[in-house]
Design a protein around this ligand. Structure first.
Ligand SMILES: Cc1cc2nc3c(=O)[nH]c(=O)nc-3n(C[C@H](O)[C@H](O)[C@H](O)COP(=O)(O)OP(=O)(O)OC[C@H]3O[C@@H](n4cnc5c(N)ncnc54)[C@H](O)[C@@H]3O)c2cc1C
Length: 391
């Protein structure tokens, strides 16, 4: 006997849980089927930076919508997200100044609080910054970071309050598209069916798509982050920084630490088996990223290295997600491939996917911007920068 629902979500990351919440609050009987546990994929290891700096208006609008949710999380979703406002700085060299100006002008039009500032003004927000090589910066006072595990569990709880069921420790092993319009799923122990199924399996999404014979260009790629405990006198939180010159991003972390990762297109080359990769950080990575961080934030020279870890991005050819019906008319959808910058968009993504599967005539965010066919149409989403996850 199959368990029957109106909609089933495969994968309990931020995209799956946000989508489950949006569908359940609209009155659908929803199930989420998760391989391991809530937040076990990219979401639970996310740096969870929440900024609005994007090169395209559509994603900038999604980021702004989501920021408002993070700022009012208890009212909008319920529970906590751990959102902390620190402000966000983008630091650019000469070659990116025109792109930065165009992006900031577009973002201001969308309603985002952001402005172009000079290097010395950047030091007012973060006095310990080295700014000699910076030509311009953008400042977003409302941005910051959240706690990804708190956030995803709050979305899961919110979905449950609207009667969604969340099955954990249940890897989906088979998907069948019925001629009767019903999508059937199976795991080793259980069977489910629904007219709407959404694959939000993140770095595993291409594998789940292969279960119905469809290839999608989403690669699981290993990426790393490292932590440094700042020296005495520098415990106070600092803003989030995207440093295009040293190709790093960094933010404050609890315990007076700084978390740092790379903004590097070559991370797309580190394709791994998502079930079998080295989860420990490499010593060479800590040394390399530490040197880059010291160039921008010299007090890190006196810091203590406190480790790091490796995790997965789900990367597409243009570093933007695929949100679409996988097989037209089948009821089997995909929402994956957020390429290292999806966490902040999670609240808006739930709304977008709910509108898509319910075929809303005036969707708040039209998923076709992220349609699968854009690659064969040779219309990938293009950004103003060459820095991959910057969007
Ligand atoms: C180190 C790191 C730093 C990041 N920093 C940021 C940041 O600062 N800001 C930002 O916005 N984004 C950031 N991201 C990206 C962001 O975290 C991801 O885009 C987002 O979490 C993706 O969510 P998801 O729900 O699509 O995927 P996931 O969180 O990976 O969820 C997919 C789920 O599907 C489950 N699953 C897989 N296969 C199956 C199956 N067969 N059956 C059932 N379940 C299955 C998995 O177990 C998993 O729980 C970062 C990511 C990483 C790794």
């Amino acid at each position: 006997m199959s368990l029957t629902f109106d909609a089933i979500i495969i994968g309990a990351g931020i995209m799956g849980c946000s989508t489950a919440y949006q569908l359940a609050r609209r009155g659908l009987k929803v199930a989420v089927v998760e391989k391991t546990h809530i937040g076990a994929g990219s979401t639970g290891r996310s740096s969870a930076i929440i900024r609005q700096h994007y090169s395209n208006e559509f994603t900038a609008r999604m980021a702004l919508y989501s920021l408002r949710v993070f700022q009012n999380f208890d009212d909008a979703v319920g529970g906590e997200s751990g959102f902390t406002t620190t402000g966000f700085l983008v630091l650019v060299p000469e070659r990116d100044v025109e792109g930065l100006k165009a992006n900031v002008a577009m973002q201001q039009k969308v309603g985002i609080r952001t402005e172009i500032i000079g290097p010395e003004a950047a030091r007012e927000y973060m006095p310990a910054l080295e700014v000699g090589d910076i030509v311009a910066a953008a400042w977003e006072p409302e941005s910051g970071y959240a706690d990804p595990n708190l956030t995803v569990n709050s979305f899961a709880d919110a979905a449950r309050r609207h009667k969604a069921r969340i099955y954990q420790d249940e890897p989906v092993t088979g998907v069948t598209l019925g001629e009767d319009g019903i999508v059937r799923l199976e795991s080793k122990r259980e069977r489910w069916e629904a007219p709407i199924v959404v694959n939000t399996a993140g770095p595993w999404a291409a594998r789940v798509a292969q279960m119905v014979g469809v290839e999608v260009p989403i690669n699981p790629c290993r990426v790393q982050v490292a932590f440094f405990r700042r020296p005495p006198g520098h415990e106070a939180p600092h803003p989030v920084v995207a440093d295009f010159i040293n190709a790093t991003y960094f933010r404050d972390e609890t315990g007076g630490q700084t978390l740092v990762g790379l903004i590097d297109p070559s991370e797309a080359d580190n394709v791994v088996d998502p079930d079998d990769y080295k989860e420990q950080v490499d010593n060479e990575f800590v040394l390399d990223v530490g040197e880059k961080l010291v160039r921008r934030y010299p007090i890190i020279e006196e810091s203590e290295s406190t480790g790091g870890y490796a995790a997965l991005y789900a990367i597409t050819p243009d570093w933007h997600p695929i949100v679409d019906e996988l097989v037209p008319g089948s009821g089997f959808y995909i929402c994956a491939g957020f390429s290292g910058h999806g966490f902040k968009l999670g609240p808006a993504v739930g709304v977008m996917v709910a509108d898509m599967v319910l075929k809303e005539s005036e969707p708040q965010f039209d998923h076709r911007f992220f349609r699968l066919r854009r690659y064969e149409e040779n219309e990938p989403i293009r950004g103003a920068y060459e820095y991959s996850i910057s969007g």
